[in-house]
Design a protein around this ligand. Structure first.
Ligand code: GLU
Length: 286
């Protein structure tokens, strides 16, 4: 592990940044400063339909406005599909991925419960296809996805732990439980990777030692830990921060029309006002 801590902020360019993102970014830069490390910017733009260049540019503008900067060029995940394909190929060679032809609707109808995000838990339908059925469906060339044999993969790695850190340097370890995700999608239909695969590959590629992100991704970490072990990648330390709440206990989200930093700026807020409102009194980076 490099001696200097490396952190990252990894927004998706599918909308303007809002206060929840600003909290996550300021948290990341303040932890980097406290640990004597650096914070990098990664744009998670694997979703070609939802990612827009104007949002990418706006993220950079908003972060600079907040007074944040990064010592290395921005990494855009849309430039990294080859690396994700290699990682997926390794998992396939290990016999740990299988093609899944189910539609969203079929998964919802046959679900056996919900995953930690509250989405229908995949019942494993395509896992049980015969070789002939699978070959027939592959030949029909329908778009399909690739799912992980999560229980088999976990049995292969053996028990895994996620190590969490806090800003005072305290570490704590908890057993990872990736199987609560069922057979997670690792390569999506509409893009040749997934959030889980690309975040795991890129945290390692960027040498990230400390991952700071919202509590909404707490459970995803167990799956990331499994992928790291399968792909022989180092395991960073994790710190999941609180989510900035809006209207009581609704997570601030672009889809709910939360006020963006641009809206606040237009309404006369300064970067110092944002920092103060979020509990980050003084600039963490000049
Ligand atoms: N791109 C993800 C998001 O915008 C964050 C990924 C991460 O921090 O691991 O929610």
């Amino acid at each position: 592990m490099p001696s200097r801590p490396v952190l990252r902020f990894a927004p998706s360019p599918n909308g303007r940044l809002h206060l929840g993102h600003a909290y996550s970014a300021l948290f990341t830069w303040s932890v980097a400063e406290a640990l004597g490390g650096i914070a990098l910017l990664r744009i998670e733009d694997i979703d070609a339909q939802r990612s827009k260049p104007e949002f990418d540019a706006a993220i950079i503008e908003d972060l600079h406005w907040l007074g944040l900067s990064w010592p290395q060029p921005v990494l855009r995940q849309s430039t990294r599909f080859e690396a994700y394909a290699e990682a997926a190929a390794r998992l396939k060679e290990m016999g740990l991925l299988y093609p899944c032809f189910c539609t969203r609707r079929q998964v919802a109808e046959r679900a056996t419960g919900t995953d930690p995000d509250g989405a229908p838990l995949y019942p494993g339908t395509c896992r049980h296809l015969s070789a002939q059925q699978r070959a027939d469906r592959l030949a029909k060339c329908h778009p399909y996805q690739w799912r992980l044999l999560t229980d088999k993969a976990h049995a292969l790695t053996g028990p895994l732990a996620v190590t969490s850190f806090d800003i005072k340097g305290n570490l704590s370890e908890l057993a990872a439980d990736p199987e609560k995700w069922g057979d997670a999608v690792i390569v999506r239909k509409e893009t040749p990777t997934s959030y889980h695969l690309s975040v795991t590959v890129d945290d390692a590629f960027q040498g990230v030692t400390h991952v700071t992100r919202g509590m909404d991704l707490y459970h995803a970490t167990d799956l990331h830990r499994l992928l790291q072990a399968l792909l022989g990648l180092p395991a960073p330390l994790y710190c999941h921060h609180r989510l900035v709440l809006d209207d009581g206990d609704i997570k601030l989200a672009k889809s709910r029309g939360s006020q963006s930093l641009a809206d606040l700026r237009a309404a006369g807020w300064t970067a110092a006002d944002v920092r103060q409102a979020l509990g980050f009194g003084s600039p963490t980076s000049e």
